[in-house]
Design a protein around this ligand. Structure first.
Ligand code: FDA
Length: 392
């Protein structure tokens, strides 16, 4: 008979695993927190350009993608952005709102990692770092995990190993393999918050690499008004990263290049300055290289006054809904997060425990809950980690 050495083993010392370990430890559980990396919270350290966009003031369930849009409600409701801000402030970490409710450290992401480590220390959490995780078994009410050649056992096991985005940082699909082994379904993982690539006729836009402008990027009924950036592979920038999470292969992405202008602006511009060219009219509102490229592609050569209002209106309509047909994304290597993951249908939304396998929990990015860009993904990691930390 194996003697349980811990009450809980948490696999993955990232954002969710650290939060879960701290909460469970502080509630008196004997916690082993395991990571194959040699340090905790590596993604936190590189996040937000090194300043960690640790939450978003506008956190709400409708800013998350999941096969079950209601799943995140419970955890997000019980551990809010304000709760994390209170923790940050208790540690004297200065922060600021950058834009759109996105909160960043004034100093460094290292402060967030140090804070979470201190919270784990308060809970007496045992760390096993640089430890490859081997076989994981379950029997007699205990999970047995081979860690660096030794076996640890506990009645509860938390999967917090994240998703496969940025594999060069040690990210793996381990969570999915483990979940499947215990009979849990996995929603097909796909790169999200990721640049889109253009091919075919649209490779012409690559010559605009480096040009950025505010747009509304749309797919279906979803749209984001933020900056888009042309790259040497296609499209990036916050508006594109946001829409990439909703985009599916084969779909187009609509770009409104002039979201600030009222309907009818181009016809009005034609009447005001009939001798102006389309390029000239666009040049007032868009970066020069982009204005030239779009005007060329619309084929309205010469003075605007030489075209009918109908033709000019049609050009305006195209500028407000320019259809790009991405041929893919830049993949997991460049994706900020992974959409899809362990199916929420398998988990309790209150505790994150697997319905079919009591004692098994899944939290953070490993689960099929994916936030918008801007601190939403960390807030999910904190909230889901907190929910499981209270339950184990
Ligand atoms: P996370 O990936 O943080 O942790 C998983 C841990 O499991 C890692 O420590 C890993 O080493 C470990 N692991 C993996 N496989 C293992 C195995 N087989 N055995 C043992 N250990 C294993 N979000 C946000 O809200 N604001 C932001 O500013 C940013 N910025 C950002 C920048 C960049 C470049 C990236 C790639 C991502 C972001 N994100 C973000 C997203 C955010 O980092 C992400 O959603 C969370 O880190 C997810 O937390 P988890 O704890 O679920 O996984």
């Amino acid at each position: 008979m194996t003697i349980p050495t811990y009450d809980t083993i948490i696999l993955g010392a990232g954002a969710a695993g650290l939060m879960c370990a701290a909460i469970a430890g502080q509630r008196g559980a004997r916690v082993l927190l395991v990571d194959h990396a040699d340090a905790v919270g590596k993604k936190i350290l590189i996040s937000g350009g090194g300043r960690c966009n640790f939450t978003n003031l506008h956190t709400a369930p409708d800013r998350y993608l999941s096969a079950n849009p209601h799943f995140a409600k419970s955890a997000l409701g019980r551990y809010t952005a304000q709760d994390f801000i209170a923790l940050v402030e208790a540690y004297g970490i200065a922060w600021h709102e950058k834009t759109l409710g996105q909160l960043f450290c004034d100093g460094s992401a290292k402060q967030i990692v140090a804070m979470l480590q201190a919270e784990c220390d308060k809970g007496g959490v045992t760390l096993a770092l640089g430890a490859p995780v081997g076989a994981v078994d379950h029997g007699d009410g205990l999970f047995r995990v081979e860690i660096g050649g030794r076996i640890a056992a506990a009645p509860a096991l938390v999967i917090a190993t994240g998703g496969p985005s940025i594999p060069q940082m040690g990210a793996t699909g381990f969570a999915y393999d483990l979940a499947r082994r215990f009979g849990l379904k996995v929603v097909e993982p796909r790169p999200a918050l990721v640049p889109l690539t253009l091919g075919g006729d649209e490779t012409l836009f690559r010559s605009l690499s480096g040009v950025a402008t505010e747009v509304v990027a749309k797919t279906g009924k979803t749209g984001f008004r933020e900056a888009a950036l042309f790259t040497h592979k296609g499209l990036s920038g916050p508006a594109i990263l946001q829409i990439s999470s909703y985009w599916r292969h084969g779909e187009t992405v609509g770009i409104d290049f002039l979201p600030a202008l009222a309907s009818g602006w181009l016809v009005a511009a034609k009447h005001a300055r009939p001798r102006a060219t389309l390029g000239g009219a666009l040049d007032n509102h868009l970066p020069a290289r982009l204005a030239v490229t779009l005007a060329d592609r619309l084929g309205l050569e010469g003075e605007l006054g030489g075209f009918t209002d109908k033709r000019v209106s049609e050009a305006e309509r195209q500028l407000a809904d320019w259809r790009f047909s991405p041929n893919g994304t830049e993949g997991f290597a460049k994706a900020e997060v992974t959409a899809g993951g362990i199916s929420t249908a398998e988990l309790s939304s209150k505790t994150m425990e697997a319905r079919k396998m009591p004692g098994l929990y899944a939290i953070g990015e490993a689960v099929d809950v994916t936030g918008w860009l801007g601190g939403y993904n960390f807030q999910w990691a904190w909230a889901s980690g907190y929910a499981a930390g209270l339950a184990i």
